[in-house]
Design a protein around this ligand. Structure first.
Ligand code: GDP
Length: 477
């Protein structure tokens, strides 16, 4: 039937749902045996190709000899009050080169510091908005900016719900983690306990035979900050190939933006490759313009910015969203045309009915067609015991080898917008045990068509998911 055909095309629909034009187009082609799947990402890719730009191809064609090392881009995450903000301040002040100014910087969304590492001065870029919410929101827009995460855990408090949430988000994004065991100056601080607790989440300290670096710090006194920066660079060097070609038109991501009364649209962008120069024509999401001026985190004007460098850009026509990609174009006209085309696409998408994502019923149906192999779940509950019990029981469900259950995130607390974002990225179903979504989460789930299920009895949850998994089993031939 049509629903099945649509499902095979990667489009979730129910029999009563109306479809947008693009889907009808595809469906027509399918029935004529020509298949084309259009996702927003593909649509934008196609749009850019119309202007002779193919970003993926560009990266693939990059001449290895032109690649140069770039600084790692780091996000600080962790539970509220564990010292994320304080740590970002302490790191900013540790800057050996800008040190003489006392490290008074403005908040522009990110900053870069220099540190001496094995007797070489090296830069590190920090995203200045702590927490995983911004990180997840950007990922939901398809932008992965962060190379590495610092997980802050207060040694007097230990692992808390948002600690687990943060590490789940980092792990889901495949971002390596360095653990900053903070507040070691405090009475009752127990850094060993933090290490021990985190082993349960797959973060095993090097001194315990694992491969995660743990560093004891005090964001208050500055103790251990230099060691932490060393650990960041060691972890980046060990596991990441951080190189980019600086000798070409810049490409990157907008990480923060606002409308300033005097200066107009002000956007902080992070350069991912190439070098951005004053006078360049750029397009960022649906904003376009010519770079009129650029400023660094000290408020000083700069004329160019190379890979991993955050800069404030003046001259855009409007305010881009955090996570919007930006690129330098041949001329202003091209930038404007790309922006206008994107705006038209977004308008159409708004008019079209919100896409529906996977639901448990879809899974069973999909399995009948031999399509889906992994059921992604996000578990939220009111108490940790319930979440753990639910997880344990779910993982015990015996299913055929061809079917997999993956719990991509589990935490205590209400269902939040960032849970819905994660579900959107990984096409997951959210399971709430004695918890409900907040207003923002409910709106996001509705908009994105994420399946959110509520249970107050563990047995009922297991029963339903098991049923779907078993129904999911591929028919044997
Ligand atoms: P955030 O919510 O994670 O950003 O936490 P903050 O950086 O705002 O810190 C929360 C509180 O803990 C503040 O009162 C800080 O002064 C305090 N704090 C942060 N780091 C340390 C530390 O290393 N030692 C001590 N004693 N207090 C700290």
């Amino acid at each position: 039937n049509l629903v099945t055909v649509l499902f095979q095309l990667g489009e979730m629909a129910t029999a009563t749902e109306s479809l947008d034009d693009a889907t009808f187009g595809i469906l027509g082609e399918e029935l004529g045996y020509k298949i084309e799947i259009v996702s927003p990402e593909d649509e934008d890719k196609e749009l850019l190709e119309g202007f002779g730009v193919d970003l993926e191809q560009e990266l693939a064609d990059e001449d290895d000899e032109l690649l140069q090392a770039r600084p790692p881009i780091v996000t600080v995450m962790g539970h509220v009050d564990h010292g994320k903000t304080r740590l970002l301040d302490a790191i900013r002040k540790s800057n050996v080169i800008a040190g003489e100014a006392g490290g008074i910087t403005q908040h522009i969304g990110a900053y870069q510091i220099w540190t001496d590492h094995e007797e070489i001065d090296r830069a590190i870029t920090f995203i200045d908005t702590p927490g995983h919410e911004a990180f997840t929101a950007m990922r939901a827009r398809g932008a992965q900016v962060t190379d590495l995460a610092i997980l802050v855990v207060a040694a007097d408090d230990g692992i808390m719900p948002q600690t687990v949430e943060a590490l789940n988000h980092a792990q889901a994004a495949g971002v390596p983690i360095v653990v900053a065991v903070n507040k070691v100056d405090k009475e009752g601080a127990n850094p060993a306990k933090v290490r021990q607790q985190l082993t349960e989440y797959g973060l095993v300290a090097e001194e315990y035979g694992g491969d995660t670096m743990f560093v004891d710090v005090s964001a208050l006194s500055g103790l251990g900050i230099h060691d932490l920066l060393d650990a960041v660079l060691l972890t980046a060097d060990a596991g990441l190939d951080l190189r980019a070609n600086p000798d070409k038109d810049a490409r990157g991501v907008a990480i923060e933006a606002n409308l300033d009364k005097g200066r107009g649209a002000v956007a902080t962008v992070l350069i991912q490759s190439g070098t951005l120069e004053v006078g360049d024509a750029i397009v960022a999401g649906t904003a376009y313009g010519k770079v009129r001026a650029m400023f660094d985190e000290n408020g000083d004007p700069v004329t160019e910015a190379d890979p991993s460098r955050p800069v404030q850009v003046l001259g855009l026509s409007s305010v881009p969203r955090a996570g919007d990609t930006f690129m330098v174009t041949e001329d202003d006209r091209t930038a404007r045309q790309i922006a206008e085309k994107r705006e038209a696409v977004q308008r159409n998408a708004l008019l079209a009915k919100g896409r529906k994502r996977i639901s448990l019923e879809d899974f069973t149906k999909a399995l009948e067609d031999g399509k889906v192999e992994t059921l992604n779940l996000i578990l939220k509950g009111d108490v940790s015991g319930a979440v753990e019990a639910l997880e344990e029981s779910l993982l015990k469900i015996e299913v055929d080898d061809s079917v997999q259950l993956r719990i991509i995130h589990r935490a205590v607390g209400a269902i939040t917008e960032s849970d819905v974002n994660l579900a959107t990225i990984d096409n997951a179903i959210i399971v709430g045990f004695n918890v409900r979504p907040d207003l923002k989460a409910r709106q996001a789930a509705q908009r994105e068509g994420v399946d959110v299920r509520f249970y107050s009895v563990i047995y009922a949850a297991i029963d339903e998911i098991e049923g779907s998994l078993k129904g999911m089993l591929k028919p044997e031939f």
